[in-house]
Write a protein that binds this ligand. Sequence first.
Ligand code: ZN
Length: 271
Amino acid sequence: MSRDRRRMRASGRVSAGLAAMAIALGTGSLAHAKIAVRYEETKLGELVKTAAHDLDPIIRYVEFNVPAVSNIGVVVKDCDEVNASYDPAAKRLTFCYELVRYLAQNASKLFANVPDVPDDEVGDAFHQGMFYAFGHEVGHAYDYLSGLMDSEDTADKMATYLLWSVKIDEGSAVGGLVFYEIDRADDEEDLWDEHTPDKKRLANLACWSYGANPEATKDLLVAVSERIGGKKGMERRAERCEGEWLQIKRFGDKAVRFKRSEIEQAEKAAK
Ligand SMILES: [Zn+2]
């Protein structure tokens, strides 16, 4: 099991992607910030509040790159449950401190049996979990604000696309792993009860990540399929993953104006 986890390690490229993104955005972008963010006080302590600010670069990225949602509001607050949600009437995305704590705990658990894991890998996994959860809610916001049919499926697709766009090829599945912490028993209370069963969603995320970059994520796909117990089914499905990913990419290319080539240029310039 620890071997699988080893293979599932976060790629670490998230930091590079975000750094490049910050460069591409330039310092002037903050002056044009439209997504209003409010961090409320929390009963969960300063560490959780500090960790929640991991959302700041993610929010700025979304604001800049997904014009359709650039005027929503974001509130980070105590909810007495592990949750995130989007309220279409108020155009407000709520991200709960309980979810921040949950993702931080899961990121640690993901590496619990791996010796000598550098802190930054746990941090990257946490970040990907946060990105996945936030990107999922952005997907809901995008659906409503674009007059599209809202669904859990398209919300997951938006999360996958956004993670891919910051060049985290393994990010979607890793983020999903952190989110679902799939070692927990199936009969435990579901996080978001309107969502399809965790294993199916996780299989989707692994498949789409694989479709986006088969070479980088083949091990991850195998590890996920071993973990969720659907190895044969995943092998059959793997053939369709590229096609499924291309559909997501078509959807995402319309929603997101930031082009990956610009990120790559910014990365080159940063070297
Ligand atoms: Zn949802």
